[in-house]
Design a protein around this ligand. Structure first.
Ligand SMILES: C[S@@+](CC[C@H](N)C(=O)[O-])C[C@H]1O[C@@H](n2cnc3c(N)ncnc32)[C@H](O)[C@@H]1O
Length: 309
């Protein structure tokens, strides 16, 4: 049902994944800590322990952080067996009372009604259409009335068609990649370039495989695009992003090269606030709160939403 294969651990090692996201990314760690605060607020409301589940927990990058919240029974679910094995070892080593389960969250049924679901960097991996609806309905139905789904994820500024979405994606990733390069985080920058290409191909060129030429082209162009966005010259940023997209499309490729980090897709597909609200409100969730972590200029950000049932 989920249609994306559980291949994330074949693309990046758990250690590198944790390092770049927690210690090098501009905004993710701040969003992680805000999610922890929101879980703690929900836990303080009740006198008994609450059921908390992380959807798409990966190699337990933030599971152990959330595990510091008092009075919660915490479970992490992910369908990537290798990430789950890594998570399980990490939790055992730290003697933490956290459960991890290998399952697809579009089907996962928790043995108890749930107070809090949360996810970080997960929502944009679920294929649109039936898989998205199945996962949201599945968790909505398992939440107690008044329970919450806390979602941290990357969001683009508003767009009105597919081409505009792709342009906004180029400008957002240019912001992250350019800052990564300038801070000497070359691995993070490379990983974000590949993620951008996966995002551009998703729901667009499904047969496409990334190429080294496309990666080089993006690295050459991100600083100019970020400089234009930083000075709020969005006309120029759009023009440069659009030109870059044309050149990326000219290098359309379907040949694998035997390097998983290039051949496999991370299945990313970033959307805007209004599209996201539409997705969750259609299921019945009420958006109670949103906090944005990003630059002062409008290129997107990591947003944390609190959705109430
Ligand atoms: C970008 S990682 C985020 C991991 C973690 N939440 C974090 O913040 O580090 C996305 C994770 O979602 C998992 N995932 C994607 N679709 C899934 C599904 N349908 N069921 C379970 N896990 C899924 C992937 O295996 C991957 O580990």
């Amino acid at each position: 049902m989920s249609l994306h294969l559980p291949t994330y651990s074949s693309i990046i090692s758990p250690e590198e994944y944790i390092r770049i996201n927690t210690h090098e990314h501009l905004y993710i760690a701040n969003a992680d800590n805000f999610i922890k605060e929101l879980v703690a607020i929900e836990a303080e409301k009740l006198s008994t322990s609450i059921e908390v589940i992380e959807l798409g927990c990966g190699p337990a990058r933030i599971l152990t952080l959330i595990g510091q919240v008092k009075n919660i029974n915490l479970t992490g679910v992910d369908y990537d067996e290798d990430f789950i094995q890594y998570a399980s070892r990490k939790i055992k080593e730290q003697c933490l009372p956290i459960k991890v389960i290998s399952d697809d969250v579009t089907n996962y049924v928790h043995p108890f009604p749930v107070d809090v679901f949360y996810s970080e960097g997960f929502h944009h991996h679920v294929k649109k259409g039936i898989p998205l609806k199945s996962y949201l309905e599945n968790i909505y139905n398992q939440l107690k009335n008044g329970g919450v789904y806390i979602i941290g994820d990357e969001y683009l500024p508003e767009y009105s068609n597919n081409l505009e979405r792709r342009i906004k994606a180029v400008i957002w990733y240019s912001h992250i990649i350019s800052n990564g390069l300038n801070s000497g985080f070359n691995y993070l920058a490379q990983e974000e370039v590949k993620t951008l290409l996966d995002d551009l191909n998703e729901n667009h060129n499904e047969e496409a495989v990334k190429s080294k030429e496309q990666i080089g082209l993006i690295i050459e162009n991100v600083n100019l695009i970020e400089d234009a966005a930083k000075t709020k010259d969005f006309q120029m940023a759009n023009k440069l992003a659009s030109r870059l997209l044309d050149k990326i499309d000219e290098l359309y490729n379907t040949k694998s090269i035997g390097d998983n980090s290039i051949d496999l897709s991370r299945g990313d597909y970033k959307i805007s606030d209004s599209i996201f609200r539409n997705e969750v409100e259609n299921i019945g969730f009420r958006v109670e709160l949103v906090k944005r972590f990003g630059p002062a200029y409008d290129v997107g950000g990591v947003f944390v939403y609190l959705l109430r049932k």
